[in-house]
Design a protein around this ligand. Structure first.
Ligand SMILES: Nc1ncnc2c1ncn2[C@@H]1O[C@H](COP(=O)(O)OP(=O)(O)OP(=O)(O)O)[C@@H](O)[C@H]1O
Ligand SMILES: [Mg+2]
Length: 356
């Protein structure tokens, strides 16, 4: 029997639920000349949602994660490599005649793909400009417009400080592409797309992805548990109350519960048992993490875990707590939807039991 819950990678087909309105908005944007900016905390389902929308559109799509890009040459090489993957070699080569610096292109017998590299150059931006221009040319020449997805887009600033400005000046003149820019560092993404002085201010339609709606997730889980409807609904409610509808952690816990029900035939207190097992698996990581936090961070995390407002903690000045929250949010340990919450509910559980 196959576990019907999946966590950690992109979910599609039967594993994918809801996001009906979001899909509609993405489709409308892709049918227009506009671009989309999609922001959410980590593991809320951005990649899964975009993958589904792209698949439904039936259009070619080039996707790059900027977290894996080292510099402009590497950015350009990766664009080219993806294009060779998407389109016939000859077609891409045909449109490369404008390249001011010619790359070395070779077949990689191990990956069965194509490797692209540039001689170290004095002006890497020229290489990237040409690669970006190639996207537009290929798209314009095809029957269907190309969709270009840049994941973890906030990393553009880490590649080089002024790269945002330069990219924007290229992208704003392109007429035959739809860009989807994703990011999970909310503060940086908001800074890039909502700050008036930023080059990407009002670049595209801004969408903040939320958790999966309660009723939908409830049905999704209870339909998949190997017990009668009454029990499965009760268990699904317990799961959601712990995971707070977080897409990834809900799937992770449901998967563990399913295993206990299916293989170990445990029904009594099954959700708590599953939670304990998962926390135990991560015990060492959590401890190491905890030891690396400073005193204020720990106090803030403890308050949030107990469901208290960390800014009202009388032992710490609220300005100190606030900088700690900002820091913890930036690195993803704390998220804010309706209120502040510890991102990982299993870590929260660990903090409540062991974090002193
Ligand atoms: N629509 C969905 N239906 C069911 N589960 C989902 C859905 N979207 C996401 N998930 C769950 O969340 C996990 C993370 O999804 P995904 O990788 O798409 O998120 P992400 O926001 O791109 O994450 P990251 O920040 O790591 O890039 C999935 O493996 C799955 O368990
Ligand atoms: Mg992703």
């Amino acid at each position: 029997m196959k576990n019907p819950f999946k966590y950690g990678t992109i979910v599609k087909d039967d594993y994918f639920t809801d996001r009906v309105e979001e899909l509609q908005i993405i489709h409308r944007t892709l049918e227009s000349d506009n671009h989309l900016v999609l922001i959410s905390p980590r593991r809320f389902g951005k990649s899964s949602l975009v993958a589904r929308a792209v698949k439904e559109s039936g259009r070619p799509c080039l996707s790059l994660n900027l977290q894996n890009v080292i510099n402009e040459d590497d950015f350009a090489s990766k664009i080219l490599r993806e294009l060779f993957h998407l389109f016939p070699l000859e077609r891409v080569r045909h449109f490369m005649s404008h390249f001011r610096i010619v790359p070395t292109i070779s077949a990689n017998p191990i990956t069965n793909g194509i490797d692209v590299s540039f001689q170290p150059s004095v002006n890497s931006m020229v290489i990237l400009e040409d690669a970006m221009a190639l996207l537009e040319k290929i798209s314009q020449s095809g029957k269907q417009r190309l969709i270009v997805v840049f994941d973890e887009f906030q990393e553009v600033m880490a590649i080089r400080k002024v790269l945002d400005k330069q990219l924007r000046s290229i992208m704003q003149d392109q007429q035959h592409l739809n860009y989807i820019l994703l990011g999970s560092q909310e503060s940086m993404m908001t800074e890039i797309f909502e700050r008036k002085k930023s080059p990407f201010y009002h670049f595209g339609r801004l969408m903040h992805l939320d958790k999966i709606p309660y009723e939908d997730f409830l049905k999704y889980i209870s339909d998949r548990l190997p017990v009668d409807l009454q029990l499965s609904t009760a268990i699904a409610k317990e799961i959601l109350s712990f995971s707070n509808q977080h897409p990834y952690y809900t799937q992770l816990l449901s998967s563990q519960v399913w295993e206990l029900l299916t293989y170990d035939k445990i029904e009594a207190d099954v959700v708590n048992q599953a939670i304990k097992q998962i926390v135990q698996t991560h015990d060492l990581d959590y401890e190491r993490l905890w030891l690396n936090f400073n005193r204020t961070d720990r106090q803030v995390l403890q308050s949030i875990s107990k469901g208290m407002n960390p800014l009202r903690n009388r032992q710490v000045a609220s300005s100190t707590s606030f900088s700690s929250i900002k820091r913890l949010m930036k690195v993803g340990y704390v998220i804010r939807t309706k209120e502040y919450d510890v991102e990982d509910p299993f870590f929260k559980e660990w903090i409540l039991n062991c974090g002193t």
